[in-house]
Design a protein around this ligand. Sequence first.
Ligand code: PEP
Length: 249
Amino acid sequence: MARRKYVVGNWKMNGVTASIADAQAIFAAAGDHAGVDVAICPPFTLIGAMVAAVPGAEVGGQDCHSAVSGAFTGSVAAPMLADAGASLVIVGHSERREGCGESDADVRAKAEAGLGAGLSVILCVGEPCEVRESGRAIDYVLAQIAGSVPDDFDATRLAIAYEPIWAIGTGLVPTVDDVAAMHGAIRGALAARFGGAAEEDMRLLYGGSVNGDNACELLGAGDVDGALVGGASLTAAKFLPIVAAAAKL
Ligand code: PEP
């Protein structure tokens, strides 16, 4: 089965109850693009309301704890996300790897927790600016993949998002050739470790300053199956052109 295109919005720490109307508009119009899977990851506080407002929509969390329950003030466990109606969780976003000191081992444990709770997982990797400039970006990202991707999972339920840190929220993007080279290297490493399932079923998303103007080019790069989108996912006006670009590929 061919890998379906996948466009996922990461709302980060944005959105209040009134923002559910934006999600309704996004999912309603995304329905016109039957070949593209669309998901939104709002703040934890909006998951239940979004699922209730848009039945059947793919809604996810932006992080989860690796434990199922316990004395972890402020954290949310993967089974709690599932209980709230989420079907997806993002793990290893650079804002957590860098801002919260999460290691590859932490990210792997979170991915395992998400999969164990029956969620799909988007596992983020990406290099900082100085690593890109030193020419070591591919080695750096492949080391993240080796350390943070679990050993045993259904390949349809784990996607990788390549998000160069220097491109997130900055308006800077890599060249199409650099995106294709990175995605090809990630695909090769996954295929070497997991065999044909990594080629047939695992989706590789690009993330970092994707918008309606650059989506066609970035999503058209080799081995790119879709996008993880931050700032441009908050409104239908900005997000839908990206979904439409994915539908054309
Ligand atoms: C992100 O944070 O996952 C992201 C891709 O952000 P932006 O699209 O705003 O660069």
